[in-house]
Design a protein around this ligand. Structure first.
Ligand SMILES: C[S@@+](CC[C@H](N)C(=O)[O-])C[C@H]1O[C@@H](n2cnc3c(N)ncnc32)[C@H](O)[C@@H]1O
Length: 385
């Protein structure tokens, strides 16, 4: 059966997500703000949860309706066959987002919905589900715009950026979805080595290695929201997992350096959890000690922004990055993400692309530097969103 599905992501990643969803079999994909609306069957919904590197949440649309007052809103929700998804003895949670609605607060809209669902259960089964905000059997989401409401089931549970490999968290770690988006933006086809000489907990390298080895984004996750739906189809889920075509090896290397032994320890733990120790080589090293690349290499960097890590001379550090790139990485391409636009100017190289990305709430620029021997790249730059 063809379902309506809403896939959420970060601002600026909608187009990349749309491309990914079309590749995964999504039909009628339409870009919205921080989301893509599409259609597909339940297997597609499982597939997006398991394979999408850019999705944060996958919502299954259950009902769309208009209402003029509290009673109509309650009645519309009372008539939803929630017992198809949830046992009377099960647990639920409801979240609401709204714009220009008759309700004063989203919390009130959620409470009214909870009453409608629970009253339906009580009248039919003399028993009602209880609320569990931490790990409910069914997480509902209601979106209200003026007098129009859409009810969704959240099929993901925990946000999909929680891949399951991050067991040690760097204070300035990149979000996993943003890291995957950076690798996608580079256009890299797993055809060159990858270096991150300020790797922190190695998010960029882990995401790049997962892409190269075809490891599904959800490979290490233990749980998805849809596991506890009554409609959960184990067979379809098993089939989706067998679609993964994981490679055993790739003829390229991944190198991670960082000045901090503590952060490298975090990287090592995450890499081990992701079973990528044979692919990603780590070394404690100041970026100024980096050796010249022996073959064309993709450099991905997420230097400190000064927001979450204290750096005394941020401009001087970015100048060192530019000098290191010029000295050791001719014929390579570097992509640098930072929210510090002033510091980025200190790199002293001409960016051939500038893309706006959000790492959580932080607006960042992702810049591309094409490094040629003997001179700075000087093609006209252009900005994109
Ligand atoms: C923003 S963090 C990188 C976070 C990483 N992308 C992650 O997801 O965990 C920047 C990293 O640059 C490292 N760093 C700062 N100065 C450095 C230097 N001179 N040489 C090498 N690494 C440096 C810091 O130790 C820090 O781990």
């Amino acid at each position: 059966m063809r379902e309506k599905i809403l896939v959420k992501t970060f601002a600026g990643l909608e187009l990349l997500l749309q491309e990914e969803l079309i590749e995964l079999g999504g039909l009628n994909c339409t870009i919205l703000s921080r989301a893509v609306q599409c259609e597909g069957d339940i297997r597609f919904l499982y597939r997006v949860n398991y394979f999408s590197r850019l999705a944060l949440r996958v919502l299954l649309q259950v009902k769309e309706f208009v209402f003029r007052n509290n009673k109509e809103y309650y009645d519309e929700l009372y008539n939803v066959e929630v017992e198809k998804f949830l046992e009377p003895s099960g647990t639920l949670a409801i979240s609401t987002t709204m714009h220009q609605s008759i309700f004063k607060t989203p919390l009130y809209a959620s409470l009214l919905a909870k009453d409608a669902f629970c009253d339906r259960f009580r009248h039919r089964y003399d028993q009602r589900p209880s609320v569990d905000k931490e790990q409910p059997d069914v997480q509902f989401h209601i979106h209200i715009f003026e007098n129009k409401a859409t009810l969704y089931l959240d099929s993901s549970g925990d946000s999909l950026h929680k891949r399951g490999y991050r067991i040690s968290t760097h204070p300035a770690a990149l979000n996993e979805v943003v890291a995957a988006a950076i690798i996608k933006h580079t256009g890299w086809k797993a055809d060159s080595d990858v270096i991150d000489f300020m790797c922190g907990s190695a998010t960029l390298l882990i995401e790049a290695a997962m892409i190269a080895l075809n490891i599904p984004a959800g490979f290490y996750r233990q749980r998805y929201g849809f596991f506890s739906w009554l409609t959960f189809n184990q067979n379809e889920w098993k089939k989706v997992k067998t679609e993964a075509d994981i490679k055993e090896d790739v003829p390229i290397d991944f190198y991670g350096y960082d000045i901090s032994g503590r952060y490298l320890g975090m990287a090592a733990k995450n890499i081990e959890k992701a079973r990528l120790t044979d692919f990603i080589k780590l070394k404690k090293q100041n970026l100024i000690e980096t050796h010249p690349a022996r073959r064309p290499t993709l450099i991905v960097l997420n230097p400190p922004y000064g927001e979450r890590l204290n750096v005394d001379d941020i401009g001087g550090l970015y100048k060192q990055i530019g000098d290191t790139l010029k000295k050791n990485f001719s014929n390579c391409t570097a992509w640098i993400i930072s929210s510090d636009t002033n510091a980025l100017k200190q790199i002293g190289l001409h960016a051939s692309r500038k893309i706006t990305l959000f790492n959580g709430a932080l607006e960042c620029k992702l810049m591309k530097f094409e490094l040629y021997e003997g001179r700075k790249y000087s093609a006209p730059s252009h900005s994109e969103r």
